[in-house]
Design a protein around this ligand. Sequence first.
Ligand code: HEM
Length: 229
Amino acid sequence: MTPITTKMSKIHKLDRKTTAKILRVSAHVLSLYGLALLLLDYYRQNLGADPVREILLRTGEPALVLLILSLAVTPLTILFGWTQLHPLRRIFGLYAFLYVGLHFLTFIWLDYGLNLAYILDGILEQNFVLVGFAAFILLLPLAITSNKWSQRKLGKKWKTLHKLVYIIILLALIHFWWLVKNVYYMPFLYSVIVTILLLVRWQPVKQKGLRFQRRYRNWVANYKAKQVA
Ligand code: HEM
């Protein structure tokens, strides 16, 4: 390697490191934004006439969005080769779990006063709640095993276990479709996005995606070369 190429590769590495850091920080800020607003509105007693329902809605939707963001990382890597996005899968996944945990806590505590009999009735007698509860239970092992130690310990089983995310997202969508009344555009929008994200993982589409990635990377390389010249 000539001194110039060594220097260039060092700059490139630094660039990747800085990008990765910026991405991580942005993911944390983005994920915490909804929670910060919710806490602020709670503090200002600005949660409307039915604060419990408001908290349920404002923890449920971010949970779904974060699950979708976590699912979006792999398709973006397939299409554009943005491998720096990989760590964001875990960050978004864990924040999704945090919001679902708060969502569940709101349900059992603020809504049902921690009364076990009422809670069981509330879960078993409303189909949409039962489906949401199933999604929450399936999310638990994923959150617990999201660390590097579990990944090493479980080996190949880790990947299989984390495929549960596909069932979780489907249950979360069913939960949403089931609970909305009359206005279906949000569940529809989320379902379309999830369908696209799942399709990109399907081998025939994935192959096309990888071909697109090669063209995209060539185009970026040519563009950069022109800038230098
Ligand atoms: C992965 C798990 C879950 C996700 C992604 C999720 C997501 C959502 C979403 C998107 C909403 C509607 C928000 C809106 O209309 O803006 C919602 C509402 C709701 N969820 Fe969940 N949820 C989950 C689990 C649960 C669990 C475990 C429970 C209770 C045991 C639950 C109970 C409810 C209730 C009661 C509502 C409010 C319904 C209403 O009053 O309109 N959810 N959830």
